[in-house]
Design a protein around this ligand. Structure first.
Ligand code: ADP
Length: 178
């Protein structure tokens, strides 16, 4: 029997967006098991704590339903990415690539990770053009200012963002109608 192909999709997911979901959907076509590694990333000062971020990713994975029979695990990680890849048995690291903004950082990461462990291959996927421009950072900014974010994140995530910033269930202008 062919060896199980395991992919690792690491990120901060603060919070998960429709861009991340699109990458998860695409990655699931390439591997038998996908580990979504939610990084603790204290340095980035995430808005949501690790448990909340994992919870949101798990909720979204459930919403995505059957992904070509790919088994998905959402797990926290704090170690070096390449060590974590070995720990979960991943031969492929999945990263999303947006226009030019991600390129330089990802370029450096691939170069360094390849030297740390040449057996692990990094694969870049592009989200559909509808989702490519979405960034967790901007979604947080829009939510904080009471703007409409439903097109960028799943409904359960939008609700958490509005609650976090406005103590409300929707964007500032329509909160009263809920
Ligand atoms: P990190 O701190 O590792 O950059 P993120 O949660 O911001 O964590 O992103 C995780 C991965 O998902 C990265 O590879 C990033 O480029 C990718 N990604 C995020 N948003 C999008 C998007 N809208 N389209 C494609 N890839 C994306």
């Amino acid at each position: 029997m062919a060896k199980e192909r395991v992919g690792l999709y690491p990120g901060t997911f603060d919070p998960i967006t429709k861009g991340h979901s699109d990458i998860i959907r695409r990655a699931a076509r390439l591997v038998d098991r996908l580990v979504i590694g939610v990084a603790i990333n204290r340095d980035k000062g995430p808005l949501f704590d690790l448990e909340e971020r994992i919870d949101m990713v798990r909720g979204e994975v459930t919403e995505l339903g059957d992904l070509h029979g790919c088994k998905i695990d959402v797990l926290p990680f704090e170690t070096l990415l390449m060590h974590y890849a070995v720990e979960v048995g991943a031969g492929i690291i999945i990263r999303g690539l947006r226009a030019v903004s991600d390129f330089e950082y990802e370029f450096q990461m691939v170069g360094m990770n390849d030297r740390l462990n040449p057996d692990v291959e990094t694969v870049f996927l592009m989200a559909s053009d509808r989702y490519q421009f979405i960034a967790s950072k901007l979604v947080k900014e829009i939510a904080r200012l009471g703007g409409e974010i439903d097109q960028f994140v799943p409904p359960s995530v939008a609700k958490r963002l509005y609650e976090r910033f406005n103590g409300a269930v929707g964007p500032a202008t329509s909160a009263a109608g809920e």
